[in-house]
Design a protein around this ligand. Structure first.
Ligand code: GDP
Length: 297
């Protein structure tokens, strides 16, 4: 596919000769390679610019470690900066919330919300909690049926009212049903759209107001490209997200959206989806290293 960044940097530095200190000219040429690699990985342009600026500052004048060649030193700095930007895997945080804790799943249609809701329920059950699913996506025709099928398949209790009731009412009544069922965590699957729109955001704000979630997880497809910044900012400004779930990490995408979304929202990436199958094997805690390697190629 693409030439790896490491390979590309090696070629650049070979051309430059290269001493024991990374010079400004080295860095300038290397940063062109970094910019290209990040854009090919679909990191959004403003994020690429910030990232390259930070790497440049760290790299200029950096002593080349005895055991490293200059391009390896720059690759090391890039990896460190990438890890710092991606952050550690975030854990679910229920502090300050009372049981049953509410998790709202939000995101664009097709991002993998419903699938991730079911996987998350399995994950919570494995942690020893009592999860409960609520089908509040009345917008996408088959979403309620899909959630019910998945809930039955993995044997998780659920609440649904079809698609004619208001999502906010379903969410509220679902929460009551979860309390009656002695659930400890309620996962609400909300509606998405093909793009952000005002009606959707108003609905999500209302569900938030009525269910007081401990976590609002934005589910995003790893294939999301330059739109990642708008999507993450749009959801964050209106509903205030607390974490990200990156799906379809098993696909070909290099996953630059992870870096873009994390950078603009500052919220941690908590989980990754790595397959269509509803299973614990396809829902993992976020691994910054793995995504960093993929983005950098
Ligand atoms: P929603 O509209 O956000 O609820 O999206 P869905 O949960 O229905 O997912 C949309 C499509 O993406 C479905 O075909 C899912 O099987 C698929 N999908 C979801 N998560 C993953 C994943 O981690 N990997 C792969 N390969 N496919 C996924």
């Amino acid at each position: 596919m693409f030439e790896s960044l490491s390979q590309r940097l090696q070629n650049t530095f070979d051309r430059l000769g290269g001493g024991r200190v990374v010079t400004e000219q080295d860095v300038k040429d290397a940063m062109r390679d970094v910019r290209m690699a990040l854009l090919e990985a679909d990191v959004a342009l403003p994020i690429v610019k910030d990232f390259v600026g930070r790497v440049r500052d760290r790299a200029i004048g950096a002593e080349v470690h005895k055991t490293l060649r200059p391009h390896e030193q720059v690759v090391k700095i890039i990896h460190e900066e990438m890890r710092d930007t991606l952050g550690e895997a975030g854990r679910l945080n229920f502090s300050g919330s009372t049981k049953p804790h509410v998790i709202m799943m939000v995101g664009l249609q097709g991002s993998g919300k419903t699938t991730s809701a079911a996987k998350l329920a399995m994950y919570l059950r494995k942690e020893g909690r009592q999860p409960f699913l609520v089908a509040a996506d009345t917008y996408r025709p088959a979403a309620v049926d899909q959630l019910v099928t998945l809930a039955k398949q993995v044997n998780i209790p659920y609440y649904e009212e079809g698609v004619s009731a208001k999502p906010t009412d379903i969410a509220k009544r679902g929460l009551e049903a979860a309390k009656n069922a002695d659930a400890s965590v309620v996962i609400i699957d909300t509606a998405g759209r093909l793009q952000i729109d005002d009606q959707l955001m108003t609905e999500l704000e209302e569900i938030k107001r009525r269910t007081n979630p401990a976590e609002i997880l934005l589910v995003a497809d790893a294939m999301t490209g330059q739109e990642a910044v708008n999507i993450a900012t749009g959801f964050n400004e209106r509903v205030g997200i607390t974490g990200l779930v990156l799906t379809k990490v098993d696909g070909d995408a290099r996953g630059g959206a992870a870096l873009s979304m994390r950078a603009v929202t500052g919220v941690p990436i908590k989980f990754m989806g790595t397959g269509e199958k509803i299973s614990l094997e396809t829902f993992e805690q976020f691994h910054p290293e793995r995504i960093a390697d993929r983005i950098l190629g």
